[in-house]
Write a protein that binds this ligand. Structure first.
Ligand code: UD1
Length: 353
């Protein structure tokens, strides 16, 4: 049996790292294809290096562009590979432009599509990630859900066949790599245990709008007066801060390059709180028993906001929310038993041709 894994953006490398050894163990051939959506050293190479991921057999080298440019270029190039490789499954991950491009190519070639992280519904409906997720789910054959809520969402969207709650591969990876998390960055930045806030921002609604980006940075400046703010900067956020003339609002904050998985998880262990718009980090905060404030209009990981562990906030609420401590007990895991990857591989094998 042959599976094509199509990856392209940072969180997808992390998910593929879980499945790769498991596919190998089952003697399922995996052809790794990289769209090239993320290409900077800190967004790409470091993940392959630290998670011991094999180099992709193909790199489509699409780089950055508008959504249509990226999706279109990936589709054109990926179709050639899919035709040549004739896989039994095309596996796509998450909700990026790479995900939807791969799913559309495969479905139109009548190749079965397996979607890892299916059903993660989040508003606004017109957010690029939600558009990508909805499109992908509607044309996938195996819908591999990380949470029960995700499976229920699909049911409400009238997708009932091929839906499986398998658990979250990011939880699998967290448990597997826990011992290797690095304290390097925490030590280098001379931070104090539980005395800093870890912040990441990259969503279009936060960083492409100058007023919103300014409002968030002004709040972070206020927070930083009582608790140091550590902000690894996504390249998109960095470029926009420069072009909107907001660089002075980074003064006194602790700014780093984007962190690789082991360093990000390492520094997370010591943080007091997380402020983020990342789908992955809000869950990883929970895995690490840390709370996250989500500067997002909505989240796909509603299990955690419904019970009050994580909290959705507007930019204006940030300073107050950072100083207020909630008192919810740590909720038991809702993302499977750490064996989502094995379940996915079993389903691929059982449903293969
Ligand atoms: C993408 C995903 C998002 C995911 C995130 C993880 C889409 C629609 N969004 O968002 O779901 O959470 O990846 O990081 O696919 N850039 C660089 N170097 C890079 C990559 C990006 O400079 O290696 C800059 C470019 O200016 C680019 C911009 O960042 O235009 C945005 O990159 P893009 O891949 O479109 O989206 P992300 O914000 O990374």
């Amino acid at each position: 049996m042959k599976v094509i894994s199509l990856v392209g953006a940072r969180p997808q490398f992390v998910k593929e790292a879980v499945l790769h050894p498991l596919l190998k163990k089952q003697q399922i051939e995996e052809v790794l294809v990289h769209s090239g959506q993320h290409y900077d050293h800190d967004m790409n190479d470091v993940f392959f290096k630290f998670l011991s991921i094999d180099q992709p057999k193909y790199n489509l080298g699409v780089g950055s562009g508008s959504h249509a440019e990226m999706t279109g270029k990936i589709m054109i190039e990926f179709e050639k590979i899919a035709l040549q490789e004739k896989p039994d499954w095309v596996m796509v991950y998450g909700d990026t432009d790479t995900t939807v491009a791969g799913a559309m190519v495969a479905a139109k070639l009548k190749l079965p599509v397996a979607h890892i992280e299916a059903g993660i519904r989040a508003l606004p409906k017109k957010a690029p990630e939600e558009i990508n997720r909805v499109m992908t789910d509607h044309i996938s054959d195996l819908l591999l859900c990380p949470s029960q809520l995700a499976a229920d969402n699909l049911c409400q969207e009238n997708i009932r066949e091929g839906v499986h709650f398998v658990g979250d591969v990011m939880y699998d990876l967290y448990l597997k790599m826990k011992r290797s998390f690095s304290t390097g960055m925490f030590d280098r930045l001379k931070l104090t245990e539980n005395q800093f806030i870890l912040v990441t921002l990259h969503r279009d609604y936060n960083v492409d709008n100058p007023d919103q980006l300014q409002a968030i940075l002004e709040q972070l400046q206020k927070v930083n007066q009582t608790l140091p703010v550590v902000l690894p900067l996504h390249p998109r956020t960095k470029k926009n801060i420069e072009s909107f003339g907001l660089k002075s609002l980074l003064e006194n904050l602790t700014i780093t390059q984007p962190l690789d998985y082991l360093n990000l998880m390492g520094i997370l262990q010591h943080a007091k709180l997380v402020v983020t718009d990342s789908g992955g980090l809000q869950k990883e905060a929970y895995f690490a028993s840390k709370r996250a404030l989500l500067v997002m209009p909505d989240t796909g990981w509603r299990e955690l906001t419904d019970i009050g562990w994580n909290k959705l906030v507007t930019a204006d609420q940030l300073t107050a929310a950072c100083t207020h401590s909630a008192d919810t007990d740590y909720p038991p895991t809702m993302y499977g038993d750490g064996h989502a990857g094995e379940k996915i591989v079993e389903l691929l094998a059982a449903n293969g041709v």
